[in-house]
Design a protein. Structure first.
Length: 414
């Protein structure tokens, strides 16, 4: 009898404190709302002070330009008025024409000062807007950096690295509380998955051992040449039932293990996996008169080779077993398309209604929602395929084939 496997070690205790005591004055906590209020209020205050200072300087310069004398009185025996800013008064004018020219020049000078003020104010506003957006972008990134850390940890956990923790440092605000709550949840999830793995390991031993003993006893009794015919027939029936139970146990355990994400990944070529599956099913296909064909191109993915081989084996076995009595074929192809590795298994067979496709992936279900009960399998093949594909970050899609049969398409990220 095989030795009981040692249960997985319990995860280490967290090094942080998920729940901290409430402060004596909770309203004094540096919450995100208070910090954002102070941040953006201070930004607006600084921007207002800068804009006010710039407008003041520009207005002072404009007023200085507007107060420049329009003309000067040249000395001499005859008083003569000259002006660089208002050339119209340089020529001899009557008093009314002189006053009109002076008023016109004053209006022009005031308008030039206002235009200058407007253009410089717009340039200053544009510069302040660029500075404000850059400063706001930098500060927003600083404020939201804990969220980025939480997101990266969540992505790592989605890849089945349940040992990752955020352990966020900083003020005791909403983000710190969210990170601690998330760490606490991860701790519970890791313990739950560890308990599940321990259960699967124990169940694997406890269920396999009695079935293996029963198979050995039945084979020993069937090897006795003096056993009655009735007893031999009963032994064969019991042996077939025991074999079916072993297949059911293996399928259930594989389904339980493949429901989790794959932690240890290695390069696996789907073409090689498909070839292995075809070789294992070749004899059965020949006995049923089913031709296996297809072009299998290299398509390397990161995953578990044993589980991926089981995916290809289940698909090819189903394609061979659920085929037409004569002249059937199975086409197995692999390729790399658009950054994904694709395994396609097509076969001839009975016509499958489109509304029955979803039932094929349910455990212990077959076509037309009948329960399992034939010698073709235990009804877990496609459930295992879907579970393994999801654990590798991929998916499986099935569609009826024209004339009967199915087209199974498994896509995995490269």
């Amino acid at each position: 009898m095989a030795a009981t496997p040692a249960p997985p070690a319990a995860p280490p205790k967290p090094t942080w404190e998920p729940r901290r005591p409430e402060p004596p004055f909770p309203w004094l906590r540096p919450t995100i709302r208070i910090r954002l209020t102070l941040l953006y209020g201070g930004m607006f205050l600084i921007a207002g002070i800068m804009l006010l200072s710039i407008i003041y300087l520009l207005a002072a310069q404009a007023l200085n330009t507007g107060n420049e004398p329009l003309f000067r009185i040249a000395g001499g025996t005859d008083i003569k008025v000259t002006s660089d800013n208002c050339p119209a008064v340089n020529s001899g004018l009557s008093l009314d024409a002189f006053n009109a020219a002076i008023s016109h020049c004053i209006d022009q000078q005031r308008q030039a000062a206002l235009d200058n003020l407007l253009s410089r104010s717009l340039l200053a506003l544009l510069g302040l807007a660029i500075i404000a957006f850059a400063f706001g972008y930098a500060m927003a990134g600083r404020v939201l950096s804990p969220l980025g850390r939480i997101t990266r940890t969540a992505r790592a956990v989605a890849g089945s690295d349940l040992s990752r923790r955020i352990e966020l440092d900083g003020p005791d605000d909403e983000l710190k509380e969210l990170a601690d709550t998330f760490d606490d949840m991860l701790e519970r999830l890791q313990r739950a998955f560890t308990a599940q793995q321990r259960f699967v390991g124990n169940a694997s031993h406890e269920l396999r051992t009695p079935l293996a003993i029963n198979r050995t006893l039945l084979e020993v009794h069937l090897s006795d040449p003096g056993a009655p015919v009735e007893l031999q027939q009963l032994g064969k029936t019991l042996l077939a039932t025991n074999e079916r139970s072993e297949q059911l146990v293996e399928g259930l355990l594989l389904l339980a293990r493949s429901d989790n994400q794959i932690v240890e990944r290695k390069p696996v070529d789907l073409a090689e996996v498909a070839e292995q599956a075809v070789d294992q099913v070749h004899a059965e296909a020949e006995s049923k008169g089913v031709e296996i064909r297809g072009d299998r191109k290299p398509a390397v993915v990161q995953g578990n080779g044993v589980l991926l081989e089981r995916v290809a084996l289940n698909l090819v076995q189903n394609a061979v077993r659920y085929n037409v009595p004569e002249g059937g074929w199975v086409e197995v192809t692999t390729a790399a398309e658009h950054g994904q590795a694709v395994l396609v298994v097509s076969n001839t067979g009975p016509v499958v209604p489109a509304y029955e496709i979803d039932n094929l992936f349910e455990p212990f279900r077959r076509l037309r929602t009948e329960r399992t009960g034939s010698d073709k399998g235990v009804g877990l093949g496609l459930s295992i395929v879907r579970s393994v594909a999801r654990a590798h970050g991929g998916q499986i899609a099935a569609e009826p084939r024209d004339g009967g049969g199915l087209v199974m398409r498994v896509t995995l990220p490269i």
